[in-house]
Write a protein that binds this ligand. Structure first.
Ligand code: NDP
Length: 449
């Protein structure tokens, strides 16, 4: 084992030297490297082909200026990015994030994760990610539209339905996808599946908005099944109150669980009576239309509100981190385990710090990492691409069934590569090795790419 530690550290020293200051990227690469080192030793063809070194280097990084006019007529300048990480198994695919914390390192971590995640889905999608440090909060619809149009004016030359197909992520929902799609269409004079997460009337797929949250709950259900258990009757904590969190709550409710928390970047609410369908409808209206703060929920339904707090201190059976990266640290993980939490399913990307992951693995609880548990979103984006190519929409039931099957298959892959002699499934190892093999084999087959 120590031997592998030395190899991991030597590899990481090169990554850190080459990508200085990109902390989240270092974190994501290290996690994968730790899982892969023993596997590479047993499979030297990947080592000789330097797949790990190649896979950690983006195929292409695009950075650009995004100038736009605010409502006062003042000029604003943001920075736009698209990381085209790996196209070995299909066109680059991955979301766009608009958030003030966006920088090169954050997007490289997300693009890197996306390569493995997309491979796990079994659909033909490479990995990419993009976005901007633009903050949609507090901006008028017109300002968001002008920003999206300017952003797409540059991005359009780099993407296309067979090249790179972006989607939504934090700060990019149906509204932003609409403005960007409209601008792409004007520039190219083409109605094509260049973005996913489109509105249902103009090429979108049913179940795409629901997919990441639903998928994360389907994955939790698969993990629980390995213990002869289910979601029914379980107390659940969910973080975030955006797209992923909303549909995580919806699916948990449908399967008979009870969700007692949601949050936003200001704080969290604790509702011991559970966030039922009616309260969830209020949250959707509050967050998607009024664009308000989650503390308004507490006033409306008499729930408790904790400013600046995350949900991990609340006693629960299941936890669904669904807000952002590194939102759950070692001490949170210890609290969850001590409070009897038996499973964690990550709707967000890399929400648990490496120290928190170690706590979950040492406690041998069911730990479904983001690149497996939240792959339902990109899977359904893949299904949207298929429907766009066929120009034939599928029914809600058909898409949901395919999504469910994909999540079951991702779970099987994790089990295949992650189960140890004691029967414990290390989903981190399983997802990293399972996701790696297909991309690595394709890269070898395609020569020095
Ligand atoms: P949304 O923008 O719809 O919602 C994000 C939620 O997380 C909001 O409640 C937001 O609060 C909160 N949040 C964002 N940043 C922070 C922060 N720095 N600290 C605390 N809370 C924060 O995004 P999504 O629901 O789409 O994405 C959530 C997570 O899921 C992300 O990690 C994303 O990468 C991941 N994901 C999303 C997919 C998708 O299909 N949308 C697919 C796979 C993964 P506030 O409103 O205050 O900003």
């Amino acid at each position: 084992m120590a031997n592998f530690d030395v190899q991991v550290n030597a590899f990481m020293a090169k990554i850190i030297a080459k990508n200085p200051g990109e902390l989240e990227f270092h974190q994501a690469v290290k996690e994968v490297t730790e899982s892969l080192m023993p596997f590479l030793e047993e499979n030297p063809k990947y080592k000789h082909a330097k797949i790990l070194e190649r896979i950690a280097e983006p195929e292409r990084v695009i950075m650009f200026r995004v100038p736009w006019l605010d409502d006062n007529g003042d000029i604003q300048i943001n920075r736009g990015f698209r990381i085209e990480m790996n196209s070995a198994i299909g066109p680059y695919k991955g979301g766009l994030r608009f958030h003030p914390t966006v920088n090169l390192g954050v997007l490289k971590f997300l693009a890197f994760e996306q390569v493995f995640k997309n491979s796990l889905t079994t659909l033909p999608m490479g990995g990419g990610k993009g976005g901007s440090d633009f903050d949609p909060k507090g901006k008028s619809d017109n300002e968001v539209m002008r920003f999206c149009q300017s952003f797409m004016t540059e991005l359009a030359r780099h993407i296309g339905p067979d090249t790179d197909v972006p989607a939504g992520d934090i700060g990019v929902g149906g509204r932003e996808i609409g403005y960007m799609f409209g601008q792409y269409k004007r520039l190219r004079n083409e109605f094509t599946g260049v973005l996913t997460g489109k509105g249902i009337e103009w090429g979108g797929s049913l179940i795409r908005p629901e997919a990441t949250g639903y998928g994360s709950v389907y994955f939790a259900e698969e993990m629980l099944k390995t213990k002869g258990d289910s979601i029914k009757g379980k107390i659940c904590v969910v973080s975030g109150s955006g797209n992923v969190a909303q549909f995580t709550v919806e699916k948990i409710n449908q399967l008979g669980g009870k969700v007692v928390t949601i949050s936003d970047s200001d704080g969290m609410i604790y509702d011991a009576n559970g966030i039922d369908a009616e309260k969830l409808a209020y949250v959707m209206e509050l967050k998607n239309i009024k664009r308000g703060r989650i503390k308004e929920y507490a006033a409306k339904f008499g729930a408790e509100y904790y400013e600046g707090k995350t949900p991990w201190g609340i006693k629960c059976d299941l936890a669904f981190p669904s807000a952002t990266q590194n939102e759950l640290n070692e001490s949170d993980a210890k609290t969850l385990v001590a409070n009897g939490c038996i499973a964690v399913s990550e709707g967000a990307n890399m929400p648990s710090t490496p120290e928190a992951v170690e706590v979950f693995l040492n406690a041998k609880i069911l730990y479904g990492l983001g690149k497996a548990a939240n792959a339902g979103g990109v899977s359904t984006s893949g299904l949207e691409m298929t429907q766009n190519s066929m120009r034939l929409p599928w029914s809600r039931e058909e898409v949901d069934q395919r999504l469910h099957e994909i999540m079951i298959n991702i779970h099987k892959t994790c089990e295949k590569y992650g189960k140890d002699k004691s029967g414990y499934i290390n989903y981190v190892k399983g997802a990293n090795i399972g996701g790696f093999i297909k991309v690595a084999d394709a890269m070898i087959a395609q020569g020095l790419v």
